[in-house]
Write a protein of this length. Structure first.
Length: 318
């Protein structure tokens, strides 16, 4: 019995060395808050977790479904998750007060520029934003930054989102496309060429029509929030989109809570760098998540130290 215990003990002591020799590091785990099923955040989170696992099997991204950006910020500040996906409007507002304090939130990586579009059934008489007056429009979930962006687009287009349309707020992001299909909604607001709701309607019998705000409205929309950007959705980016569409978009980000292990974040960033091509194949706008996009998307002071160090390491930041 003693000899068997010594053998087992010796094997256990050698296990870390054997794992390192095989290229497998001890497991690290980060909890990532996403959003409600059927939206772009859960789809992106799943694609990111799979891409990272493929290049670093010892690093786990555990996904937590939530109500969206608003709840994600609450969870981050309470320290209940390590990372969270947060849409631009909410991210910018939170980072202005939190980042740089030494104890606040910070940006780890970009998600996508998320161009915003309205979508209707191809046979709908609705062809432009002004046609939405008096119509039932699914704007997104109650706590989503996507909903906030849609309200900004409507306001900048001269439409009161509470009075000039019948706004529909969703419990689950995936319900919006179904409501357009069964007639409970006349139009749906969404963002990102990889957004599941867009794909559902584009693949439906008869197809779908996509449109953004009028060109003169874009000039009025952009000043409404510093996170908004002018974005062009190229022809063919969505099924049935025959011509490019000018619209506005807002970067979404992976944010970190205060106190996350910097070494683990560095490991995540390096894994993202190595897997960005796979992420781009598995998620339509996955290439946007390249950390090299960060310097143009947010002030450098808002970056997590691990992100800033990684960007310097790869020559993307001086």
């Amino acid at each position: 019995m003693l000899r068997r215990s010594l053998i087992l003990g010796g094997a256990a002591a050698l296990l870390p060395t054997l794992l390192r020799a095989q290229g497998t590091e001890p497991t690290a785990r980060l909890v990532l808050a996403t959003a409600t099923p059927g939206g772009s955040f859960p789809a992106f989170g799943q694609a990111l977790a799979e891409a990272v696992r493929a290049v670093d099997p010892g690093l786990e991204l555990a996904l937590m479904p939530t109500k969206g950006s608003t709840e994600n910020l609450v969870l981050l500040k309470a320290g209940r998750v390590d990372l969270a996906l947060v849409q631009g409007e909410y991210a910018y507002d939170a980072l202005k007060s939190e980042a740089g304090s030494g104890a606040g939130l910070s940006v780890v990586a970009p998600v996508s520029a998320s161009p915003g579009l309205f979508v209707v059934a191809a046979g709908s008489p609705i062809r432009r934003v002004d046609d939405l007056r008096g119509r039932r429009v699914a704007l997104g979930t109650h706590a989503s930054g996507l909903t906030a962006m849609g309200r900004s687009v409507l306001s900048g287009s001269g439409i009161d989102p509470d009075r000039d349309i019948e706004p529909i707020l969703l419990d689950r992001a995936g319900d919006g496309a179904l409501m357009v299909l069964d007639g409970r909604a006349d139009a749906l607001w969404g963002a990102g060429t990889g957004w599941p709701g867009f794909r559902v309607l584009a693949d439906a019998p008869g197809g779908a029509r996509f449109f953004g705000p009028a060109p003169d409205a874009i000039d009025r929309i952009l000043p409404l929030h510093p996170s908004l950007r002018r974005v062009t959705v190229p022809a063919g980016a969505l099924k049935g989109l025959a011509a490019a569409v000018e619209t506005v978009g807002s970067w979404s980000f992976v944010l970190a809570r205060a106190g996350v292990d910097e070494a683990v974040l560095t490991r995540l960033l390096r894994a993202m760098d190595r897997s960005i091509a796979a992420l781009a194949r598995n998620y339509p706008s996955g290439a946007d998540a390249d950390p090299r996009n960060l310097p143009a998307a947010v002030p450098i002071a808002w970056l997590h130290p691990a992100s800033a160090a990684h960007l310097r390491e790869i020559g993307a930041l001086r």
